[in-house]
Design a protein around this ligand. Sequence first.
Ligand code: ZN
Length: 442
Amino acid sequence: MTKFKEEDVYIFNPERECMSREDLKELQLRRLKKVVKYAYDNVPFYHNLYDEAGVKPGDIKTLEDIQLLPFITKDDLRKTYPFDLQAAPKEDWVEVHSTSGTTGIPTVAAYTKKDIGIWGECTARGLASVGVHKKDIVNVAYGFGLFTGGHGAQYGAQKIGALAVPMSSGNTQKQMNFLKDFPADFLCCTPSYALYLAESFEKAGMDPKAIPLKGGLYGAEMWTEEIRQKLENKFGISAQNIYGLTEVIGPGVSTECHIKEGMHIAEDHFYPEIIDPKTLEVLPEGTEGEIVFTTLTKTGMPVIRYRTKDITSINYEKCKCGRTTARMSRITGRSDDMLKVKGVIVFPKQIEEVIMSMDELSPAYQIIVSRPGTLDEIEVQVEIDQANFSDSLINLGEFKKTIAKKIKEAIGIGVKVTLAEPFSLPRSEGKAVRVIDQRDFS
Ligand code: ZN
């Protein structure tokens, strides 16, 4: 890392981000009581849910009393599609966003003016922690449209007063031209797209470090420390993680500071809990489990105890950066992503870590799960990174065996490794599709 300067990063809202835990809890309780009553009074879904559970808004007297309330899941959001979970009157809605719906009915969320303000505040906190100031240009290469990524980053940049360039994703040649000719100071996109941009610069004979970027805020997909190392080495800038989901508000629910020891949750707006996804029990601090969020201030579509399916853990200790807000660790998996192959549970991330740890391989890869006969098979397609591939590794057969051995050590079952031609595997211009499951479960 060459271009990172610690004096560039700052705390956007010290009053909130550094408040004492005691004051924060008081604020959270006040807001929790309010949102539960607001949802109960304005959303028939919550009214019925709480009546059935025998709980009334007035029963919430402490933060722990949140445990009296039932969880809600994506299924509930689908059942109330499109707008039955909205609490604010329609004339107060100013914007609508939606999930892609690739796994079923999409989740639609309407935002009030107040919600858009909260969202901008949260992403501004994240951008400040990478070092975005008023004088800066922020290249937003997340998708715009119904997807929350692009808009969230833009509102944050504008809240700071910086110039947001709404590049959106795709059109890579244009992105490269803009990054060179209209030099952005910061890049916001998915980590896989940032890697693709770096590769595209290299392919065009340019060192990505020559781009005058000062920092990158990457999210909207799961990534690993190995990808961070690659991104930081390629661009020579700090790569920080931003997390969020449409159901809660979009990106900015939590963001990583430059210390990089977890993502600070905007706890004054989003109340987190970690539960055991099987028993639904709330787990003690530091334990890994599924993260559940309650929106404390959102008025359009409040979600109360929403199960995200994202697996992480929370640390409540004060951070070295000075913030007191809780930090969640990098998402280590999703119960949805979990693959069961030959009866063994495999997270694609485990395979990715192996690939990213090998300099001889490019970051593009694909995992194909099939069942040619009665047994499952995993094929991992990888590409050699020509720049780092030394002639001493000319024995490709041996090299494939080495990769297969490392993957087997990581996941516990054998895989078939296929070497693909350089630049032949699909690159994503949005969220990467890494796993193709060809098995027929019908
Ligand atoms: Zn911090």
